[in-house]
Design a protein around this ligand. Sequence first.
Ligand code: GAL
Length: 804
Amino acid sequence: MGSPPSFLVLSLFVLSFCLTGNADQITSDARGIMINGERKIFISGSIHYPRSTPEMWPDLIQKSKDGGLNTIETYVFWDLHEPQRRQYDFTGNRDLVRFIKAIQAQGLYAVLRIGPYVCAEWTYGGFPVWLHNQPGIQLRTNNTVYMSEMQTFTTMIVDMMKKEQLFASQGGPIIISQIENEYGTVMGAYHDAGVQYLNWCAQMAAALDTGVPWIMCKQDNAPQPMINTCNGYYCDQFTPNNPNSPKMWTENWTGWFKNWGGSDPHRTAEDIAFSVARFYQLGGTFQNYYMYHGGTNFGRTAGGPYITTSYDYDAPLNEYGNKNQPKWGHLRDLHLLLLSMEKALTYGEVKNVDYGTQTSATIYCYQGKSSCFFGNSNADRDVTINYGGVNYTIPAWSVSILPDCSNEVYNTAKVNSQYSTFVKKGSEAENEPNSLQWTWRGETIQYITPGRFTASELLDQKTVVEDTSDYLYYMTSVDISNDDPIWGKDLTLSVNTSGHILHAFVNGEHIGYQYALLGQFEFQFRRSITLQLGKNDITLLSATVGLTNVGPYFDMVNQGIHGPVQIIASNGSADIIKDLSNNQWKIFLGRARYNQWKSDNLPVNRSFVWYKTTFDAPPGEDPVVVDLMGLGKGEAWVNGNNLGRYWPSYIAGGEGCSPDCDYRGPYNAEKCNTNCGNPSQRWYHVPRSFLASTDNRLVLFEEFGGNPSSVTFQTDCWERLCQCSAISGIKFASFGDPQGTCGKPFATGSQVFEKGTCEAADALSIIQKLCVGKYSCSIDVSEQILGPAGCTADTKRLAVEAIC
Ligand code: GAL
């Protein structure tokens, strides 16, 4: 990669050379990506620039680099950059050039996934919604209106990178670009037009002449010269469609995203390390963590529907940028080892030995030296193999790495890195929540606002709103005379919607709301109502919670009230139905008329209330969060910065969490979850750059009703075991078959481990003698040292919980 520009030069010739950096030639073959003809190992991680702030970028990149990454991958978010057609925005956390330069500044490579469809749990998959309203357009298919917009945007991004000399071919850090995203998973639904579009994408991208390779992920039929790559939890079995393409893994999911109503996904460090080691064992040379830092869906950028504001992802760096241990450390140990074996992995001669029973050895020989991987993909069986006359036990679902084929330096199931749990610390700046003084104001909607649209049908919400708000009003009226057959009967208002949340008002009175349950985004709202003789106003307020971002024709999914909208009068066995669906509807964004801010009679559990308070920033450097426990659902701003949607009243379902988590066996996003029965998201990130030291303003728009009086500002600090003065006690030690997972308390109480069916009687006292009072201690885990455990199984484990 090119060195950073230097201005300390004397001759013009050198000056121009330095300004453009050292152009690197990026090529590839079946064994990997080459830089100036030399194959390298790439260990990459996704960080999406708008999910953090420019002030956070250097630290996130530094921690990635310290974690053994040499590459950072990001998508490009079209909707942010072109919110209105031909009106561009690259300011603040949309400053893509600044982000790429921040990567370059630390000497890392970059992968630019332009898309510009990106999926990414981002609203509308990253497409600006105005696209949808272009006459004659069809998205992601062979449609000239769409292709012209896509080409215009893609070209603009490429030109912007070229102008800043950011492609490696110009001396910059970008070594690879991506066009489209997992189109192979939906292409069939677009039939021949899909194939034509795919080919057009490839040609269009190639013609942009970036001087670096293009990739297409999950695209088995990617046309040359596109390189098809793998996404998933495991990609060791992947082979690209061209024998001359390298085996590349663009998304190794480090956990999973979270939904409103969902619990916290958790993928263990052991399982991720296993997947990575296996990938490099079996010939992969480029691997990217999706996500390495997930971050925050600020504003209304979360897609879905129902993706939470937190996009933590259980990534190696947590939402706020702190290290998620032991994941970060366990993977760093692996990365450093793999990088130390770079030459053997990329140039070595490869020999595979199959030991049967899902156990294999791969030996890389380079310049007379051998490096070994021993892999065991049994989900529940440790296996002992004999290599070179020596027995090696490989725990189930693990890979051992022996850089000299004799000493095991790393095993993916043996975590030596520190564990830590995070704690939220109260702010030392003030005594919250008592010190927070709240003011509030109600919101009255001006029903007389001229309708942006008057229609005799119910219009799709995104088409009208074009992503400028979550909310849309649909308003009509019904005239009732005393000879109307429904007059005097019990009446029910029934509304069918796909708009996620529906509020109904009859003659100005809020009669209730209902929200879609996670995964059931079509629902029917029913409430009994009373009408008066003469004119009755029926006002429906629909709210979306992120636009659909994935699937064939996802862009066409109806969002909003589609009807029927009916008034149903009970009339014995046969109901009388007054259908309002084809009434004249005024459809408008709603203009609120605000009342004055008041400080008395703070309302609780009232819908459509604004709350405001001022606060001092918690001292120190640790990331700041606001605890919104007690609130219902809404949006929050600090000093005018939109923190995102909040919804702490939505409790995560009780299923999917297990007190114990076995890293062994294939992972899926329902395995090893935590936080069942608690709010899906209670804490909301307030980046330090949003804050002044005093007099910061927090504004909440409360849609459902809640109580702000327990809101507090806190910091996210990790209890670092390494900050122990010394080990003061051993809370638990058992050698045998203890149950539990390090760093993860059982559902009830704070206990991490418990004794299994067998154990060595003196293990606890032996460990106590060895460790108490010391800064660190190590022990050979064997029956010779710890005594007989009396277990029937071959394998025994030692679990220790130490107290600082
Ligand atoms: C992939 C997609 C990513 C992201 C991921 C799940 O299929 O390419 O953009 O959506 O799934 O987090």
